[in-house]
Write a new protein. Structure first.
Length: 192
């Protein structure tokens, strides 16, 4: 019934520790309908703000939209044996959280500055892909277990500088990045 309704699938796991596992998902039809509607919303000329940016806050922070996006993204990583979902503060958090929820994995947030409640931390400097500015990202040393497999989820990617920063940060924890998922990727057109 779950598969018939297009809301995921059920897996059975045999053995003493086995049972039934629900994996959230959307049918191809529902996924395509949702993504087409989302593309239509994002394509509205009213969304263009000063500097040529697209206004996305209402989309990223909508529980209904971020939940569906998270479920769709999780579907791409379900077979990757992911230990953690990682993102960078701030706007990628809702989508990353919903992806982590669909995968039933912890969310880890790299921050510009780590608070005292994080304990000791690791910080790296990285160069943003688009503006070539030097930024800092930090993560508490207790946030990840050594040898973990992680996916990076974000709201927007232009030139991949933040993703490269995440790769370098994960190396400091002896962790592996096994995938990247983003809501919107900028065109390769240099004029954008």
């Amino acid at each position: 019934m779950v598969e018939y309704l297009g809301c995921g699938k059920i897996e059975t796991i045999s053995g003493a520790a086995g049972g039934v596992k629900y994996i959230p998902g959307l049918s191809e039809e529902l996924k395509n309908e949702f993504l087409n509607d989302l593309c239509e919303k994002l394509s509205s000329p009213d969304r263009i703000i000063k500097g040529g940016y697209i206004y996305m806050n209402d989309i990223v922070f909508s529980p209904d939209i971020s939940s569906k996006v998270g479920t769709i993204l999780a579907g791409y990583f379900i077979d990757k044996n992911v230990d953690y979902v990682i993102t960078v503060e701030t706007k990628g958090i809702p989508i990353a959280l919903m992806t982590a929820n669909a995968l039933n994995k912890p969310l880890v947030i790299a921050r510009r500055e780590v608070g005292v409640t994080e304990g000791s931390s690791v910080s790296i400097n990285y160069v943003t892909g688009s503006s070539k500015k030097i930024q800092r990202m930090s993560l508490g040393k207790r946030a990840l277990k050594k040898g973990s497999r992680c996916i990076f989820i974000d709201d927007f990617m232009k030139a991949g500088g933040t993703a490269n920063g995440i790769v370098e940060l994960l190396k400091e924890f002896d962790c592996e990045l096994v995938g990247i998922g983003v809501l919107v990727e900028a065109s390769a057109d240099k004029n954008l």
